[in-house]
Design a protein around this ligand. Structure first.
Ligand code: PLP
Length: 358
């Protein structure tokens, strides 16, 4: 079967098998990674390996720090303004979908938020014009959500600005090449393209960390403090970090981000082509900004939705329901989804249309 869940999402089978083989006795240590001290040389080697692999995969420059943070990306929504507003009053946000909106809501608790551009009135089907953004040159940063997991909107080009750009890449990290040096900070919940839930991958420019060296912040919230302690102020989510390392290893063996990006492009292109070529299915997003990772679609006859979901599930195509806030269908096709999974879905959709379509 194929699992189209938006997260926690399918992990590469090879990674799960390796984890299974090492589950009770990691590299002859006699214990599972779950049972090891996070201060042990064994676990430290896992953490360092994960950092080294991620650095190679994303070509992360020396002036960035990798942090493993807990609390989910949703906690970062509050933690980011709490860390960075110290000597700035305002922060800028782009509002391009449900996850941007949640980030804005949390940021308002810590800072004066300027919504620099919003496509809410267009139902988040496109992105704001970069030329018309309302950017405060004195703001602490500009926050963006380059892949909106619920709406299925993705953008690659960054706004022109001198503000540090902070990007929530939860559902797109490692799926396409990025130039890390263009960002002040990148963060991503692991449970889509990286590993199991429980850890957020953060990549922060070192000069920004100075701002968060602030005694007023809770110790576990301060990015500067996390950096000083190699993400081990307290017990980190050790097993999640271990699995992330295995996923990074898998990705390196495949040829890295550039290699998987080609596969991801192909998978998405085929699925959107099938949707556009049908009378039953449609996707509302501006073609230039359709997500390669999350592909939502609706049925022309809504009354067929439950039948579609029941039959697809029975055919081994799992978790195709759209987010509870929007309904419809959504196929999440992250790195671990093989081309065959997308082909099986397209085949099922064609067959379904031939039986139920007008
Ligand atoms: N940001 C984006 C883009 C997401 O897709 C999600 C989860 O789906 C989150 C943030 C929230 O992540 P978490 O559940 O880890 O808080």
């Amino acid at each position: 079967s194929f699992n189209f869940c938006s997260g926690p999402a399918a992990l590469p089978e090879a990674v799960l098998k390796k984890a299974q083989a090492e589950l009770l006795n990691w590299h002859g240590a006699g214990v599972s990674v779950m049972e090891m001290s996070h201060r042990s040389s064994e676990f430290t080697s896992i953490l360092e390996s994960a950092k080294a692999r991620l650095t190679r995969l994303l070509d992360i420059p020396d002036n960035y720090e990798i942090l493993f943070v807990q609390g989910g990306a949703s906690t970062l929504f509050a933690q980011i303004p709490a860390n960075f507003v110290t000597d700035h009053k305002t922060v800028c946000y782009l509002d391009t979908g449900a996850w941007s909106a949640k980030a804005i809501k949390e940021a308002k608790k810590y800072a004066d938020v300027i919504v620099s551009g919003s496509t809410k009135e267009q139902n988040y089907t496109t992105v704001p014009s970069w030329e018309e953004l309302n950017l405060d040159p004195n703001a602490a940063y500009l926050h963006i959500t380059p892949n909106e997991t619920i709406g299925g909107l993705e953008f690659d080009d960054l706004p022109e600005t001198d503000l540090p750009i902070i990007a929530d890449l939860s559902s797109t990290i490692l799926s396409r090449s990025i130039d890390v040096s263009k960002y002040g900070m990148i963060y991503a919940g692991a449970q889509k393209n990286v590993g199991p839930a429980g850890v957020v991958i953060c990549i922060v420019r070192k000069d920004l960390l100075e701002r968060s060296d602030n005694e007023a912040l809770p110790s576990t919230w301060s990015f500067a403090n996390l950096a000083k302690n190699n993400s081990m102020i307290n017990t980190p989510p050790t097993f999640a970090i271990y699995l992330a390392d295995l996923v990074f290893e898998w990705l390196e063996a495949l040829g890295g981000v550039e290699a998987i990006e080609k596969v991801n492009e192909q998978k998405a292109a085929r699925l959107y082509k099938a949707i556009d070529g049908s009378k039953l299915y449609s996707n509302p997003i501006d073609v230039a900004y359709r997500s390669r990772m999350n592909v939502p679609f609706v049925l022309a006859d809504e009354s067929l939705e439950q039948t579609f979901l029941a039959e697809s599930e029975a055919a081994g195509l799992r978790t195709l329901a759209g987010h509870r806030s929007v309904g419809g269908m959504r196929a999440s096709i992250y790195n671990a989804m093989p081309v065959e999974g997308v082909e099986a879905l397209i085949e099922f959709m064609r067959d379904f249309e031939s039986r139920y379509g007008a």
